[in-house]
Design a protein around this ligand. Structure first.
Ligand code: FES
Length: 153
Protein backbone atom coordinates (compact mmCIF):
# COMPACT_ATOMS: atom_id res chain seq x y z
CA UNK A 1 0.00 0.00 0.00
CA UNK A 2 3.04 2.27 -0.17
CA UNK A 3 4.18 4.91 2.24
CA UNK A 4 2.97 8.38 3.04
CA UNK A 5 4.76 11.37 4.41
CA UNK A 6 3.65 12.61 7.79
CA UNK A 7 4.72 15.57 9.82
CA UNK A 8 4.68 15.12 13.56
CA UNK A 9 5.47 17.71 16.19
CA UNK A 10 7.19 15.83 18.98
CA UNK A 11 8.53 17.51 22.10
CA UNK A 12 8.45 20.84 20.29
CA UNK A 13 10.28 19.74 17.13
CA UNK A 14 8.59 19.23 13.78
CA UNK A 15 9.71 15.92 12.29
CA UNK A 16 8.87 14.28 8.99
CA UNK A 17 8.55 10.53 8.54
CA UNK A 18 7.70 8.25 5.68
CA UNK A 19 5.62 5.35 6.85
CA UNK A 20 2.67 3.21 5.91
CA UNK A 21 -0.56 5.13 6.42
CA UNK A 22 -1.78 2.88 9.22
CA UNK A 23 1.33 3.17 11.38
CA UNK A 24 0.54 3.66 15.06
CA UNK A 25 1.85 6.68 16.86
CA UNK A 26 3.85 4.30 19.06
CA UNK A 27 5.61 2.69 16.09
CA UNK A 28 6.14 6.09 14.50
CA UNK A 29 7.87 7.29 17.66
CA UNK A 30 9.90 4.16 18.32
CA UNK A 31 10.78 2.97 14.84
CA UNK A 32 10.77 6.10 12.73
CA UNK A 33 11.90 8.74 15.21
CA UNK A 34 14.13 6.67 17.50
CA UNK A 35 12.18 7.81 20.53
CA UNK A 36 12.17 4.50 22.35
CA UNK A 37 11.20 5.84 25.77
CA UNK A 38 7.55 5.00 25.12
CA UNK A 39 7.26 1.24 25.56
CA UNK A 40 5.31 -1.41 23.72
CA UNK A 41 3.89 -3.65 26.40
CA UNK A 42 0.73 -5.10 24.90
CA UNK A 43 0.16 -3.08 21.70
CA UNK A 44 -3.57 -3.10 22.25
CA UNK A 45 -4.50 -0.58 24.86
CA UNK A 46 -4.30 -2.68 28.00
CA UNK A 47 -1.10 -1.78 29.80
CA UNK A 48 -0.42 1.95 29.44
CA UNK A 49 3.32 1.53 28.82
CA UNK A 50 2.94 3.50 25.58
CA UNK A 51 1.19 6.51 27.15
CA UNK A 52 2.07 9.90 25.65
CA UNK A 53 0.37 13.29 25.66
CA UNK A 54 -1.33 14.64 22.54
CA UNK A 55 -2.36 18.27 22.95
CA UNK A 56 -1.92 17.74 26.68
CA UNK A 57 -4.26 14.74 26.89
CA UNK A 58 -2.93 11.32 27.60
CA UNK A 59 -3.42 8.67 24.97
CA UNK A 60 -2.33 5.11 24.45
CA UNK A 61 -0.04 5.70 21.49
CA UNK A 62 -0.44 2.06 20.40
CA UNK A 63 -4.11 2.76 19.71
CA UNK A 64 -3.55 6.13 18.04
CA UNK A 65 -2.84 6.43 14.34
CA UNK A 66 0.19 8.63 13.75
CA UNK A 67 -1.62 10.32 10.91
CA UNK A 68 -4.29 11.51 13.35
CA UNK A 69 -1.66 13.17 15.53
CA UNK A 70 -0.47 15.44 12.76
CA UNK A 71 -0.87 19.11 13.60
CA UNK A 72 -0.96 18.35 17.31
CA UNK A 73 1.59 18.71 20.09
CA UNK A 74 2.94 15.28 20.97
CA UNK A 75 4.86 14.96 24.20
CA UNK A 76 6.83 11.87 25.17
CA UNK A 77 8.89 10.98 28.22
CA UNK A 78 11.98 12.24 26.37
CA UNK A 79 10.46 15.72 26.52
CA UNK A 80 9.85 15.85 30.26
CA UNK A 81 13.26 16.91 31.56
CA UNK A 82 14.62 20.33 30.71
CA UNK A 83 18.25 19.58 29.89
CA UNK A 84 19.83 18.29 33.08
CA UNK A 85 16.87 19.28 35.16
CA UNK A 86 14.37 16.50 35.79
CA UNK A 87 10.66 17.15 35.69
CA UNK A 88 9.38 17.34 39.29
CA UNK A 89 7.51 14.07 38.82
CA UNK A 90 10.66 12.31 37.60
CA UNK A 91 12.44 13.51 40.72
CA UNK A 92 9.53 12.35 42.88
CA UNK A 93 9.64 8.88 41.28
CA UNK A 94 13.31 8.69 42.27
CA UNK A 95 12.65 9.95 45.78
CA UNK A 96 9.76 7.54 46.37
CA UNK A 97 11.11 4.46 44.54
CA UNK A 98 8.31 4.71 42.00
CA UNK A 99 9.72 1.87 39.91
CA UNK A 100 11.64 -1.37 40.05
CA UNK A 101 12.30 -2.75 36.58
CA UNK A 102 11.36 0.57 35.01
CA UNK A 103 9.58 -0.80 31.95
CA UNK A 104 6.25 0.82 32.74
CA UNK A 105 7.80 4.03 34.07
CA UNK A 106 7.64 6.24 30.96
CA UNK A 107 3.92 5.53 30.66
CA UNK A 108 3.41 6.00 34.39
CA UNK A 109 5.18 9.36 34.21
CA UNK A 110 3.13 10.61 31.28
CA UNK A 111 -0.11 9.47 32.88
CA UNK A 112 1.00 11.05 36.15
CA UNK A 113 1.76 14.36 34.46
CA UNK A 114 -1.75 14.35 32.99
CA UNK A 115 -3.19 13.36 36.37
CA UNK A 116 -1.60 16.41 37.98
CA UNK A 117 -2.44 18.77 35.16
CA UNK A 118 -6.06 17.69 34.97
CA UNK A 119 -6.64 17.94 38.70
CA UNK A 120 -7.01 14.27 39.57
CA UNK A 121 -4.29 14.18 42.21
CA UNK A 122 -6.20 15.60 45.16
CA UNK A 123 -6.45 12.29 47.03
CA UNK A 124 -4.69 8.93 46.92
CA UNK A 125 -7.92 7.38 45.72
CA UNK A 126 -8.28 9.85 42.84
CA UNK A 127 -4.72 9.11 41.78
CA UNK A 128 -5.24 5.35 41.98
CA UNK A 129 -8.33 5.59 39.83
CA UNK A 130 -6.71 7.85 37.24
CA UNK A 131 -3.64 5.61 37.07
CA UNK A 132 -5.57 2.34 36.92
CA UNK A 133 -4.84 1.88 33.21
CA UNK A 134 -1.09 1.89 33.81
CA UNK A 135 -0.04 -1.57 34.88
CA UNK A 136 3.10 -2.29 36.89
CA UNK A 137 4.14 -5.89 37.21
CA UNK A 138 6.55 -5.09 40.01
CA UNK A 139 3.71 -3.71 42.10
CA UNK A 140 5.19 -0.27 42.68
CA UNK A 141 1.69 1.22 42.83
CA UNK A 142 1.83 2.65 46.38
CA UNK A 143 5.13 4.38 45.61
CA UNK A 144 3.84 5.74 42.32
CA UNK A 145 0.81 7.19 44.09
CA UNK A 146 3.10 8.69 46.74
CA UNK A 147 5.26 10.30 44.06
CA UNK A 148 2.32 11.89 42.30
CA UNK A 149 0.83 13.10 45.57
CA UNK A 150 4.18 14.61 46.55
CA UNK A 151 4.21 16.79 43.46
CA UNK A 152 0.59 17.78 44.03
CA UNK A 153 1.45 19.16 47.50
FE1 FES B 1 -0.26 0.52 24.41
FE2 FES B 1 -0.01 -1.54 26.12
S1 FES B 1 1.36 -0.91 24.55
S2 FES B 1 -1.49 0.06 26.12
Amino acid sequence: EGVSEMRLKVNGALRTIKAEPRVSLLDALREHLDLTGSKKGCDHGQCGACTVLVDGRRVNSCLTLAVMAQGKEIKTVEGLAKGEELHPLQQAFLDHDGFQCGYCTPGQLMSGVACLKEGHAKTDGDVREWMSGNLCRCGAYPNIVAAIREVEK
